[in-house]
Ligand binder design. Sequence first.
Ligand SMILES: C[S@@+](CC[C@H](N)C(=O)[O-])C[C@H]1O[C@@H](n2cnc3c(N)ncnc32)[C@H](O)[C@@H]1O
Length: 186
Amino acid sequence: MKYNQKDFYYNKAKKEGFKARAAYKLMQIQQRFKIIKQGDSVLDIACAPGSWLQVIKKLTNGIIVGIDLEKIKPIPRVKFIQADINKIELDQKFNVVVSDIAPKTSGIKKMDQDISYDLSLQALELARKVLIKNGNFVTKNFQGNDTKKLQLEMKKYFKTVKTYTPEATRQGSKEVYLIGLNYYIH
Ligand SMILES: C[S@@+](CC[C@H](N)C(=O)[O-])C[C@H]1O[C@@H](n2cnc3c(N)ncnc32)[C@H](O)[C@@H]1O
């Protein structure tokens, strides 16, 4: 990323009415992997402040549910649940689960990577409970030694697993997204 990219996506989000620049990461993931189809029901794990929910609304008229520890301002057509993803039980099934889950960073690289790995695994665990067959899953991970482990874990459950860093990711950021396509165990 070039120096101005941070400002570029920040300003673009402001101009286009998105709650965060993160919106463009999901748009770029969608453009590349077509994870969400019209009519899909989508669960957004760790959705606050809600920019991914805004993008999801444009892609599907299906059911949309968001979960986060932090409260969000209501978004029409979105059911929001304030909860820890570890403590939630959902009866609903979904075509797609997306997770931009991230810890509050400590600045200690290894510690942040370890927590990110745990959170990504928790997101995968929740996704496995609610995804329908052939559903898709995306999760964020702070790149480290465990990223490969996470990828291998996802390969047990998805026909295709890819890693992807959207152009909208900040320069120097270690985040990477793991994309699981076609869930085949349920
Ligand atoms: C990068 S932000 C998500 C941004 C969001 N995708 C958007 O576009 O607005 C990461 C979120 O993960 C949430 N989070 C972290 N741990 C969580 C947990 N155990 N359960 C639920 N949410 C969690 C944080 O509260 C934070 O809002």
